[in-house]
Every structure is written in C-alpha cells, then in structure tokens.
Design a protein around this ligand. Structure first.
Ligand code: GLU
Length: 419
C-alpha cells in the first residue's frame, strides 16, 4: 500500500491531542494499542502441504466498548498497518457515537491465489489463533479488504466449537442464516449515500448533482445504484481495469450488468477515460471508493468537484489534503463517510446479544439518522474550531474516547476509595 497508515493515524491523533491540549499520558495511551496479538497461521494447501503465514488482531481502545473492526487478507498486511487501522477504527466508532472501541485484524496472504478449501482452512486456523483475544464483550471482528460474510461465518463457527456455545455476537458481517443483519452488505454504500445527501443540502448543491465514483466494488457499485435512484447523475465510474463516462448520467444498472458479464465496467458502451481523467472530470461530487492512497497531491490539484466523500479508508494522501485545503473543496473524511459498515455491524451485534432480528427498514432508518447526526456533530466542531471536516472528526473522536477513559479512571478511583 502506498500510504503509511500507522504514521497517518499517529499524526491524526497528535493533531487532535494538540487541539484538545491533552495530558501527555493520554496522548501516550492513544499512540499505542491496548492489546496486540501477532500469531502464526498454519493452513492446509490443496497439495496437502502445510503453509504458515503471519496474522494479527489488535485492539486499539476498549474505553467506549468492545474493540470493533474488520479483518483484511492482503499480502501487504503488517502489524504496524493493522495497528494504524485499529486506531482509525477507535476514532470511527467514536465519531459515530457507537458503544464500541476500535480494533483491526489481518493476515499477510494473497487470498486470490487460494482455493475455497485453502481459504476456509486459513480462516478457521486464524480464528483458532485469535480466539482467546476476541469475544462479544472483548473484540468483535468483521469483514474488510478481501473478506466477506463467508469468512465471518467460518470464524463464528470455529469460535463456537472452541467455546462450546454458539455466540454469533463474536463477529459481525455474517450471512443472514448465521445471524447477520439485514442491510449489512450494503451498509457502507447506504451510510455514504446518507452523508452525501445531507452534505448536498448543507452546501446548497443541486439534488440532481453530478457524481463520479472511483471503484465499483461493494461500496462503489451499491452507492452508484442508490444515488441514481435518488435522482443524482452518476456521470462516471471506474474499476481497476478502466473508467466510463456519460455527462448525461450513466445507466447504472446496465454498467453493473456489464461488469457482471465481462468483469469490468470499462466494457460498458460509453466513452472511456483514464483514471487521471476520471479524477479531473467536471462534477459536483467525487467519491473515491477503492483502495487507500488513490489521490495524491498531483491528482488533487486537478480535481474540479465541490464535494469529496471518502467511501474507502484513507483514499486521500496528506499531500492531497494540503492541496485541497487551499481551495473551496469540502472533504467528508473516511472515519465518517465510510462508517456505515461498522454502524450496521453495531446493530448486528446488538441484535445478536438481544436475540432479535430487526426488519430491513428499521436498520435503514437507524443508519440514516445516525449518519446525519454524526455529519452534523462533525460540521459543528469544524465551524466552532475553524478547521476542515477531517480535523474536526479527529477532534470529536479523540475527545469522546478521552471522556470514556477519564470516566473509567474516575470509576477505578471510586472503587479504590470504597474498598
Ligand atoms: N471494515 C469496516 C471498516 O473499516 C467495517 C468494520 C466493522 O464492521 O466492524 O469500517
């Protein structure tokens, strides 16, 4: 990955700590994860050989509730990267005001090289290796890059075998049959949509705004569909193989059908673009929904959108942020714009703990109002402090985590006096 997410998360914590004039001990506490586990993950290859890869599960903070965050399978995964992502999850859950902390996990492996059986062997082995560190009240994994509901079902099943009891609340993002929630699969897109609609209103942009979406995976493809249904014009979309453009608005369903048939949106019958041209298009809203580091300083300088909404984790480099800060471009940061997934994960966890299943409209309504509330909270901090939305979200998140740490300290002191 092109971005050092660990460095980035430390810098974000430092900036927020400066803004809040935090005591040095609190800054120290936020700099390092509460609990960090590095494991070896042996799994069986189809040729019968046993292979071993490194894995991690890191709980950055449990001050506000159990650690929460995804699990990525990627050859570039390192302990440092997972620690950085865990830190950003603590901030994300706090910005969303969820009763959760932040964590992340990962395995350094290229899952695209593995068969279904190999993936299952790997995922179950990983679950066994981290089993003592996860649990409904401790740390609750979820999907992330290259993992999905089938991986979560395997982890839940393996955890159940180890503990001898079925505890679906140990992971979220499960299939509906295994205790998943309605709306979890489209939650990132639905959360992002809510943020876009509320931001358009705040900025006085037209309801039929022109949108460019980079990335047509889980987040990007569902988002394109939702926004088109809302009457916005999705004028360009891309995937790793190319981009297509129609200034009058693409037929999103047709683009999705092409992608399903050929593997790429680039085969859709419309003008094609390079990725650089995509970012430089004349539009109102730009949504980077692919991998981190997609927009560097140079690309940022070419952007003509009025609003950028980060559906991916870390798509703008600090250099891009600096370029955009000098212009009147509003950037809704990842810790807010991509938080729909973890928000519905929280609802899934709550449903599992209470033995409930909420209907899809209830999940959708709760998600939409929580996203709008988090956007308005962040906007208020930005206006009060005269900073951008990213800095504001970091301050808001860190402030909420620190309040929880201080509450915990106060409780411990009271217990000491009482005993
Ligand atoms: N991986 C997602 C994220 O980065 C979701 C995490 C979760 O649902 O716990 O926010």
């Amino acid at each position: 990955m092109t971005l050092d997410l660990h460095e980035l998360s430390l810098a974000a914590v430092d900036d927020a700590a400066d803004a809040l004039d935090l005591d040095p001990w609190l800054r120290e506490l936020l700099h390092r994860p509460e609990r960090s586990l590095a494991v070896q993950v042996p799994y069986v290859g189809d040729d019968g050989s046993i292979r071993v890869v490194p894995g991690y599960r890191i709980a950055h903070s449990t001050a506000r509730g159990p650690a929460k965050g995804g699990t990525r399978f990627h050859p570039d995964v390192t302990g440092e990267e997972v620690a950085g992502l865990a830190t950003l999850m603590s901030i994300k859950t706090a910005v969303m005001n969820l009763p959760l902390g932040g964590g992340k996990g990962g395995v350094s492996v290229d899952p695209k090289q593995l068969s279904e059986q190999e993936l299952e062997s790997l995922t179950r082995s990983y679950a066994r290796a981290i089993a003592a560190n996860i649990g409904p009240d401790l740390d609750v994994p979820a999907p992330d890059v290259n993992t999905s509901e089938r991986h979560m079902d395997w982890i839940a099943d393996e955890y159940g075998r180890i503990t001898g009891a079925s505890s679906p609340a140990v992971v979220t993002g499960k299939s509906l049959a295994a205790g998943g929630s309605h709306g979890r699969d489209t939650a990132t897109a639905a959360g992002c949509r809510a943020v876009i609609l509320a931001s358009l209103e705040r900025l006085g942009l037209p309801a039929d705004a022109r949108v460019v979406i980079q990335g047509f995976g889980n987040a990007g493809s569902h988002l394109a569909r939702l926004l088109a249904a809302d009457g916005l014009r999705v004028v360009a979309v891309s995937d790793s193989r190319g981009a297509v453009h129609d200034p009058a608005g693409l037929d999103v369903a047709a683009v999705a059908a092409t992608k399903a048939a050929t593997g790429s949106v680039a085969d859709h019958d419309a003008d094609t673009l390079t990725e650089d041209e995509l970012f430089a298009l004349d539009c109102d809203v730009l949504v980077p929904a692919a991998l981190e580091g997609a927009v560097d300083g140079e690309r940022a300088a070419s952007i003509r959108a009025r609003l950028i909404v980060e559906a991916a984790n870390g798509p703008l480099t600090p250099a891009a942020d600096a370029v955009l800060a000098d212009r009147t471009v509003t950037v809704v940061p990842d810790v807010l714009a991509s938080a729909g997934g973890v928000t519905v994960s929280c609802y899934e966890w709550q449903q599992n703990l209470r033995g409930e299943r909420w209907p899809a409209p209830k999940v959708a309504e709760k998600l939409e109002s929580r996203m709008a509330a988090a956007l308005h909270d962040t906007w208020r901090v930005a206006e009060d402090r005269g900073v951008g939305l990213r800095a504001a979200a970091m301050v808001l998140g860190v402030e909420r985590i620190v309040e929880a740490i201080e509450r915990r300290e106060a409780r411990d002191e009271a217990d000491d006096i009482a005993s």
